[in-house]
Design a protein around this ligand. Sequence first.
Ligand code: C5P
Length: 217
Amino acid sequence: MIVAIDGPSGTGKSSTSKAVAAQLGLSYLDTGAQYRAITWWMVHNGIDLTDPGAIADAAGKPGIVSGTDPLAPTITVDGADVSGPIRTTEVTSKVSAVSAVPEVRTRITELQRWIAESAEKGIVVEGRDIGTTVLPDADLKIFLTASPEARAARRSGELKGADVKATQEALIKRDAADSSRKTSPLAKADDAVEVDTTELTLQQVIECVVTLVEEKR
Ligand code: C5P
């Protein structure tokens, strides 16, 4: 059972995907964490992120390993745990420039396919292009949406009181960059089920997705 969950930031993708995987005994993969990890490594190593050629040259260098336990997902770069550092505002503001580079996407996509194929119990994979590009044959594809206001309010809650307006502007800018890039942009697959989470609680979204998975099992 392969479940692809895509959508923009602040739609509850991560919380939903982890909870659904844990509830159904499936593995879990956060593909955004992988793009954040490669971005963190590039910042840490002084790669010029205004130069796509420099990003492409460095794309194969860091060793990225994702742990797929939904109750304790991990991400390491060259053996170091980067779960904290990949969530900084600096990495968040730079990740779209790195993830738009085709050499980065090719490398990370190969890794994602290998992880999904190796998941014996099945897996929930969350991201932006999972249903369209990474796993087009997934058993179930879900596309989560929510109004920009709801998404910004949730994100600033997670960031413990960050300014909602500034968060909304940053979020809209990142989604615009992710949706307009040439290689595998953020998009709903034609056969994905769209779930608008604006008026739903997290628990309701989880129940909705669990029901959709069970119908496919
Ligand atoms: O999901 P998260 O906000 O952690 O994703 C961080 C960034 O990683 C996104 O803004 C996007 O640039 C990139 N990403 C991507 N494709 C994916 C998952 C994330 O390009 N499948």
